[in-house]
Ligand binder design. Sequence first.
Ligand SMILES: [Ca+2]
Ligand SMILES: [Ca+2]
Length: 192
Amino acid sequence: MKKIMLLSLFLILLGSSPLLFSQEPIPPVQPGDVNEDNLVDIVDALLVSQHYVGLDPRGLVNTSVADVDNNGEIDIVDALLIARFYVGLIPRLPVGDYDFIIGIDEVFTITLSTNPSTGYGWFYTISDPNVVVLDSDAVTNCGSAPGSPCEHTFVFRGVGAGEARIDLEYYREFDDPIVVAGARTFAVRVTM
Ligand SMILES: [Ca+2]
Ligand SMILES: [Ca+2]
């Protein structure tokens, strides 16, 4: 009995001592953990995909942590991102800071409208070529009429873990000075 009392006293002291236990608030639910079981796993991916097709009658999905790409919608992409996070292909959720998250030797494609008949073209710069390089690019799908727009497709490849920015600018090489008529920026993360 005495032992129990001592133990109780000990626990009370432990619980009340700010030196031993900091009074941290309950951690918020992790992005992607839509069923709030403290794990982000394939079950969450499944629940999000069910929610997307309207199969969440019991309201199991905590929608406040389901939009893991921060695009304002809960859809199949979020389910895929959660699944990719679960198998280690994505380092963290949400992924809103990046347009592309890929592994080493994986590729992604950017397609932009272009019109070669005007002399304009898309030109790219990569902030860190140790992370991303151009794999190939091609101008295709031009309309049949003269002067029709085409599609310029860039394929980029992840070559090293890290972050990089791809800047694409639309201009005429022969203009002096160069006049940029269009610009797009993409943030990329390459994971191990
Ligand atoms: Ca979960
Ligand atoms: Ca989303």
